[in-house]
Design a protein around this ligand. Sequence first.
Ligand code: AMP
Length: 672
Amino acid sequence: MDPNDEWDAYEASVAASEPPPNQSSSNSSKPVATTVYTNSNRSDWRANNISNTNRSNWRANNISNTNNQRFDTNNKKNITVPSDKVGRIIGKGGSKIRDLEYETDTKIQIGQASGSDTVITLLGSDDNISKVQEMIGKLTEEWKPPVKKSFDTATNSAKNSTNNPDPNFDPKEYMIINEHGEEVMDWERFNAYCDKVQKDIWANLPPIVKDFYQEDPEITAMTPSQVAQWRKVNNDIQVKRTFDDKPDLRPIPNPVLKFEHAFRNYPEILEQIYKQGFKQPSPIQSQAWPILLRGEDMIGIAQTGTGKTLAFLLPALIHIDGQPTPREERAGPTVLILAPTRELALQIWQEVCKYEYRGIKSVCLYGGANRKDQINQVSKGVDIVIATPGRFNDLVLARHLHAINFSYIVLDEADRMLDMGFEPQIRSSLFDVRPNRQCVMTSATWPEGVCSLAEKYMSNPIQVNVGSLDLAAVHTVTQKFKFVEEEDKDSTLFEFIYDMDENDKIIIFCGKKATASHISSELAVKGIPCQSIHGNLDQSDREAALADMLDGTVNILVATDVASRGIDIKDLTHVINLDFPRHIEEYVHRIGRTGRAGKTGTALTLITRNDWAHAAELIKILEEAEQDIPDELERMAHRFKEMKIRSEREGGNMGRGGRGRGGRGRGRGNRW
Ligand code: AMP
């Protein structure tokens, strides 16, 4: 997947055929909510820029030509490419062309289309021009079905992929004659050879140390029933070995009760914690720190807001500093944190930056931002890489990063990464990772895919569950509902907004990007400042949107589900679900954006007849939170159940009813 598309992967299912955001109202956008409109223009960059006959202007305006000085503008070469492939060279927002220019030290000018071809001018040294021409050739070539690998390509790629250090390697040794008298590769023997090479490479890596834990006598003295009681009253934490609890494995450590219990031997870490003003470890931290400081693999079933970042971060800092190989002699960064979205990656990075420890440096890598800058930062030497899987895999494939060097790996919000289709990138990136690394995974849920990822990358992990579905969040949020017709949603929302207090801070969740754009436009037309965050927006605008919410420049954020997790906006008072989310888990994540850090919050959810399939699940959540269950919700759940029974009896398939485009309005009236 193109790393720049990583964000869109998530929203693709929602936005398959959505029109670009409404541009017609852009004139009325200023001065409030400016990003809403500048973004809608920008997202349609192709229409606005590429088809523009004055392409040189576009280049001048959009691609900062920082390396202009280096080029001998007389040394140029014109090539032609099919016009319908020019977009591949440019990439989203000009990202690909920037990458090509950076990687080959050239300048690329897109010329006018003539007929079905477009002339492209390449500037730079002869060598670099050939390099970029070859790369452009690869980018624009038609896809062909893969041909059977020849002996040479197979062995060469195997040789390269393992970085085979064996100078005596001769692929011919692995050839055999088959029953037809043909010379073919003996794959079994060859694969065994590759495995051995890989093992030798791992065996020659510098050793790593993983156990830094010294249990405090107060913690050792805790009785099993005290431990059980502590877990019960701390979000009903459950701890177990995820897979077989083998007899040779150490018992699960007791939780720590104070910061000093975990970090007494690391006063500089304690100092950093005190600086934050935290009073005590959060439940996940209490249980995770002893496990992680002891060097064990851990799966945290916990969500944002539980303190999970610090749970894996502080042991990571100690791990970095405690390795026998001095940092300056290491072949690459030590800690890798993969996160599903740019926002979450940035949020983790911001958290990391709050903790100064022995000059440890970190970098945040994500698609849609300047790849050249990111590569520069990596090459200057960092200890922690926080990345989205698309961009990380991109840099691994380009050999700017090598998974083999990481000895502490975090897969944050693993379920979300899998939902977004990142499994191939994760598996490809971590192919070489050393088997004795320490691995941490966090996930809000425990689906099959996450379990198999854990089986593949973790060694006897200990699983810490902080409440199933983190229903703790729903206890601090008052959940309100309004039963409306689809067409009355806007007026209901605006009624609420007009009643807002000056200090209220709200997030409005919409099911589609188009709805988010529409609501943002409506707010702007009414002169109500807001920000918006969804997959059609540039990265910088998403960051600006969050910053504006955080510093109080605006009090309303309009969002799609990309913002439902990982976004930590302090003092959010209300969550409004304009559209009901597709999954009940998403509902919990959304409402959990408020009522955080000891505060209470309110969630208002607009429910239409099309949402009836969710009524029963919603009732369970309300029961768990000991909140009032509206009669209308009970009736909806009842009607849905009856419909399902009727449908099954009649052999029909009513599905989940009415959430999809096609389903909207099916059987309206009689099922309500
Ligand atoms: P997280 O779950 O990692 O997204 O953390 C959510 C928020 O909780 C962040 O703003 C952290 O700074 C904060 N936090 C982390 N640990 C603690 C703690 N022990 N006490 C209070 N707040 C914390």
